[in-house]
Design a protein around this ligand. Structure first.
Ligand code: ADP
Ligand code: MG
Length: 303
């Protein structure tokens, strides 16, 4: 693969998050990558999960020589970090361990990583996020052109994904007003969990922003309106559980005033864990399994 400028009007960086570990983020990333690659798209999957980098294992790659950090530190060329996989049109870049793994990587360093993505000739770069809602995870999520959150029908997972989205949109708003310190501080104070009078809904925050700065409020409104994450339920055991997605959408709309795009669900299937053991994506191992068909259905909604 060679370097190329990002084509105009393409939504190429897709980030996959969801708060909770073990919910299927990495498997969804890899298998959506396979599905897109099968359609002839050039796809790079990027492993940003610092604590538990394992995309290479899911792709059957045992040894990673250079990761993105090596490129950022100038020990290798960008091309050397792009590893071929056993699937046509699908490549892997391993995470920037050193930089992003440092205790407090700067926003600038993270944005530098994103800039690297834009230099790559690929139709899609799928960023597999780690668990939790650390600034690392949130900044990658927020800088993506298309955002995905995965959750399972369990209440704990739903709670986590709600918390994740709340942290992500608040982080987005704070970064948006970085150049307007008084307004940024107003928002920070209004959402500070230590503040006894902290807001509990986006509407309350909206009022505070409006009172503080009407021009800023327009930007605030646009930012919230344009923030539309895609949602996917994983490990579905029966159709009825799909209603949970509607419930989450309603809660997120009510409290965070965000519109979400429900893409569909992935069934709970033994083939998934078999594919992990075989170090082969289930989309390759069992393209006709229901869960593989569900991945293709999701892709068709997006591409
Ligand atoms: N649709 C599914 N059906 C059955 N098991 C699943 C499914 N999705 C994920 N799993 C199981 O959950 C485990 C964790 O998935 P993984 O993608 O590594 O999670 P995450 O990246 O969110 O931590 C997998 O190893 C697999 O055993
Ligand atoms: Mg993972």
């Amino acid at each position: 693969m060679t370097k190329q400028k990002k084509a105009e009007n393409t939504k190429k960086i897709w980030a996959i998050g969801g708060g909770k570990g073990g919910i299927g983020k990495s498997l969804f990333t890899v298998n959506m990558g396979v599905g897109l690659a099968n359609m002839g798209k050039k796809v790079i999957v990027f492993d940003s999960d610092l604590g538990g980098a394992n995309l290479h294992t899911l792709l059957g790659i045992k040894f990673v020589k250079y990761n993105l950090n090596d490129y950022i530190n100038k020990t290798c060329e960008l091309e050397q970090t792009i590893l071929p996989t056993s699937i046509n049109n699908l490549w892997l870049i391993s995470g920037a361990d050193g930089i992003l793994g440092s205790a407090n990587p700067s926003y600038f360093q993270k944005m530098k990583t994103i800039k690297c993505f834009n230099k790559l000739e690929a139709d899609y770069i799928l960023v597999d996020l780690g668990a939790g809602s650390s600034y690392n995870v949130l900044d990658f999520f927020n800088s993506a052109d298309e955002k995905f959150v995965i959750f399972s029908p369990e209440p704990t997972s739903i709670q986590n994904v709600y918390g994740f989205l709340k942290s992500a949109i608040y982080r987005k708003l704070i970064r948006t007003f970085k150049g307007n310190k008084p307004l940024m501080d107003t928002i920070k104070k209004a959402i500070d969990p230590k503040n006894e009078r902290k807001v509990s809904t986006m509407d309350e925050l909206s009022k505070i922003v409006y009172e503080a700065n009407q021009d800023g409020h327009n930007i605030f409104r646009q930012t919230v309106n344009n923030y539309r994450p895609n949602t996917i339920i994983n490990m579905l055991k029966n159709k009825g559980e799909q209603n949970i997605a509607l419930g989450l959408n309603m809660t997120v709309k009510k409290f965070l005033n965000l519109d979400m795009n429900y893409l569909g669900c992935l069934e709970s299937d033994d083939i998934v864990s078999e594919s992990v053991k075989a170090m082969t994506p289930f989309m390759k191992m069992s393209p006709n399994a229901r869960v593989s068909k569900s991945i293709n259905k999701i892709i068709r909604k997006l591409v």
